[in-house]
Design a protein around this ligand. Structure first.
Ligand code: SF4
Ligand code: SF4
Length: 190
């Protein structure tokens, strides 16, 4: 495209007055924000003596869980979208052929390194079947690095511990739970 192309719409730079040139309005805006913060009530929480209140646990980005379907099987279909989307490269999946007729693959191994995770929620956003979600568990501790590496069983146990207080997103929003396929089977190794 050339600069004289008729498809280009040129925009004139807006003229600034004296106060604009001196950044006066922006300076006053910044000062107002700082003053508001100076006089507003402080919200320091004496953690761990006082547990912080999480206003909405359903949108909190804490420890991950791997969801199960109605038959107790891991919902994950080993599509690797979460691992691809993860900016911290902390998800490691080994996908193998599924023993069930309603999906091609399932995760033989699913590992998240919670120490590398930045809790951005991209994995949750990327998942097409609501299999991975972040919970409101925030006080994650461990005595070694190994303890902070969550495998499939640990991630599924987080689902068991949180499913009643924090239903799956698809259930919360009232739309049908995405599943791997229409057919269902009975075996549930997970
Ligand atoms: S929350 Fe973000 S950093 Fe953590 S596993 Fe998911 S995508 Fe990766
Ligand atoms: S958790 Fe979701 S996005 Fe990640 S591999 Fe499993 S189905 Fe795919």
């Amino acid at each position: 495209m050339q600069p004289n192309d008729t498809a280009i719409r040129w925009i004139e730079e807006p003229k600034l007055g004296l106060s604009g040139k001196m950044y006066l309005p922006l300076f006053l805006q910044g000062l107002t924000t700082t003053t508001k913060h100076l006089v507003s009530p402080k919200v320091t929480v004496n953690y761990p003596d006082v547990e912080p209140q999480i206003d909405n646990p359903l949108i909190y980005r804490g420890v991950h869980r791997l969801n199960k379907d109605e038959q107790g099987r891991v919902k994950c279909v080993a599509c690797f979208l979460c691992a691809t989307a993860c900016p911290a490269h902390c998800i490691d999946i080994i996908g193998v052929e599924s023993p069930w007729p309603d999906r091609e693959k399932y995760p033989e191994s699913f590992i998240i390194d919670e120490l590398r995770c930045i809790f951005c929620g991209m994995c949750e956003e990327a998942c097409p079947v609501d299999a991975i979600e972040l919970t409101s568990f925030y006080n994650l501790t461990g005595r070694s690095r190994e303890e902070m590496i969550f495998d499939k069983e640990k991630l599924l146990s987080v689902y068991d511990a949180t499913k009643d207080q924090e239903p799956m997103r698809s259930v919360q929003h009232g739309y049908p739970t995405p599943s791997a396929g229409a057919k269902q089977s009975t075996t549930a190794p997970a």
